[in-house]
Write a protein that binds this ligand. Sequence first.
Ligand code: ATP
Ligand code: MG
Length: 403
Amino acid sequence: MLAIPKEAEEIISQLESYGYEAYLVGGCVRDLLMGLTAKDFDICTSALPEDVIRLFTKTYKTGLKHGTVTVIKNGIPFDVSTFRIDMKYTDHRRPDKVLFTPSLTEDLKRRDFTINAICYHPKKGIIDPFNGIKDITGRLIRTVGNPEERFGEDALRMLRAVRFKASLGFEIEPATKNAVCRMAGTICHISRERILYELNGILSGISPEAFEVLFDTGIINYIFPVPVPLKYTFKPLKSLPGKLSLRWAAAVRLMGFTDTNEVKEICNYLKMSKKLKDYILNVTDILKKPLPENKFVLKKALSDTGIALFSDSLEILRALGSDTNKAKAVKMMINDIYSNNECVSRSALAVKGRDLIEKGFVPGKQLGEIIELLFLCVLQIPELNHKDTLIEIAENIQKAFSA
Ligand code: ATP
Ligand code: MG
């Protein structure tokens, strides 16, 4: 017995009461069999989309062309899809036409991997014509049917295979992997948005080192706009927290990219968000420079980049095992700076421009320069960060300026 929401059971029995067949299918069955939490629940049925719309009170026409209707029960969405056969693929991504069928086995046959082609029925139990359970037990990703044909129909499946390897920690079955090697070039038919989605899934998985498979199979040559300088092991990614941006920055480093323009080109090519792109560029920049040797230089760097980016960069160095001792020393200095509450940002300076203006300083460029000097003084000697002390220093600097 798999633990499924009562709403899914209700949808299935309602469809059955009208004479249709209905089952849970795909990712949710796979995840539940593995003891994982299912992300969402997909139902497949012999009912046609218009029947589904007619039978339930709240529905959305999600993908009517492909037979999918979303049924909302108690506020929970369930994708209910009509059994279908995908006809002829000419664009290496989507079938030219789908044919609805009364046959559950036909529907399971068009699915990508055996582990994703298992059905579950609350009363009838598991239906598994392609031995998906055997592959879950053997931790294998294997296409349903001939892998070359299946990747020929839809090239995205190749990246999905790598993503499932990363998210489940499985191996790609040898014949399936060989077919990826042979068909790698067809990945050019897939949109960059979809490619990025899958790469994100690979990098944030429990086995992000699966990124290596992109190199082993040659896919990497077709998804980046510039040649990759290094083929490295991506094992270090595993010891990093699951944060996607951090994993991306580490992967960029592991591939040997240091040139800002090249990194920018990759991020733009893959249509990353500005936030992700800026993060990767900033970390790449920090990692390019030598680590600060003393607290003053460190605080100057922290004031430029912010603590979060700098700490993430150190985390990457730790994972990569590079500069280990230096990185450790910098980490200790950072702890020291924060436990002493030392000023590392201009906004934490005890004197503001308006305080100085009140004291008779003239607003303008020179005042800006004076404040910058005060900031450098405080970075050197944290004890100076008091309003009166800084006003006094500012007055002395001004005297020196006008001497
Ligand atoms: P997850 O949601 O955890 O990424 P999933 O297996 O649920 O994994 P979905 O993309 O939600 O993946 O798709 C649901 C199901 O539809 C899959 O389990 C699979 O049976 C089928 N499927 C999805 N994409 C494809 C595809 N490109 N080719 C063939 N079948 C597919
Ligand atoms: Mg899913």
